[in-house]
Design a protein around this ligand. Sequence first.
Ligand SMILES: Cc1cc2nc3c(=O)[nH]c(=O)nc-3n(C[C@H](O)[C@H](O)[C@H](O)COP(=O)(O)OP(=O)(O)OC[C@H]3O[C@@H](n4cnc5c(N)ncnc54)[C@H](O)[C@@H]3O)c2cc1C
Length: 313
Amino acid sequence: MGDITVIGGGVSGLSCARSLQLAGYDVRIVTRDLPQHTASMAAGAVWSGSGLDRRSRPWAAATLEHFQRQIEIAGSGVTLQRMREVYGQKVPDPWYRERLPFFQRLSKHEMRPGLIDGYLMDVPMVAPPIYLEYLRQQFQSAGGRIERRKVESLVELADEAGGLLVNCTGVGARDLAKDERVYPIRGQTLLLAAQGIRVGYMDNEAVDHIFPRADGVLVGGVKDAGNWNQALDPALSADIIERCARIDRRLADAEVLRGFVGLRPGRDQVRLEAEALANGGTVIHNYGHGAVGYTLSWGCAQAVTALAQSVLT
Ligand SMILES: Cc1cc2nc3c(=O)[nH]c(=O)nc-3n(C[C@H](O)[C@H](O)[C@H](O)COP(=O)(O)OP(=O)(O)OC[C@H]3O[C@@H](n4cnc5c(N)ncnc54)[C@H](O)[C@@H]3O)c2cc1C
């Protein structure tokens, strides 16, 4: 049974499970899908601090520090990546500027026509297939258990498990936590075997993403709110390649290694709080990270761990 049951095997669940384990708890994960079949697998996944509300910034800052340590570890899937982030309007210096090892503003001649402002910066880039497997291995080799099954009711699981629950079910929290504020934001990405692309590209307004990673170059994308369809759309794949090849023509003929679809867990804000259940048990919710689940992952896991410590003492 153990001290704590984490529900969900995406980046939020694995990060919480590992953080709780490092704090000395006996932890098991119960998940409907294994990590390679989660939304987390479809992600970019760049550390991206832009557009975060004030409440999320400390979580992002803590995750940045965590990823900066992972960059030093071979096989973690986290690398330091030079990125251009571009905008169609003037933007101020971001809150995280001083925390990055390299940051400068783009000049007008470095941007495509129609773009007004932007940053050139070094940020952590995560290759989810490698990082999720790295987290899973760390968790299981330290004695953590993973059970694959769908949880139908938090109260039933609390009755069965006895200890504390941590709910990291992403968009699944809409049903499990009966939270109608949760909705899917469909994403689609392609991993390409493109050569020679050293600097990445991110236009969050057009959703044009070119992310050089440890396992290839990931291109995207789309943010389709309310769409639950998890099937790969070939016409959209062709459109993504065409859009990204207009930014870097080396992408036009690159071999497609893999396509991904993932439902970002949309919510007006992250839900990270403890809730008392009807049977006297307690669940700590940690879901609704939208398009920044990697950026917030370790900081939220640390916040969940601190909450668990206060609940269990
Ligand atoms: C295309 C795309 C690009 C992205 N790019 C970035 C990026 O560059 N940077 C960034 O920071 N973020 C990015 N994101 C966002 C990030 O991937 C998500 O916010 C994050 O993966 C959410 O992780 P999660 O673990 O909360 O949810 P998920 O990965 O969805 O995992 C949820 C888990 O809960 C399980 N589950 C659900 N319901 C139940 C149930 N009833 N019983 C048992 N188990 C259940 C599922 O099986 C799954 O294992 C991107 C997302 C997408 C889709």
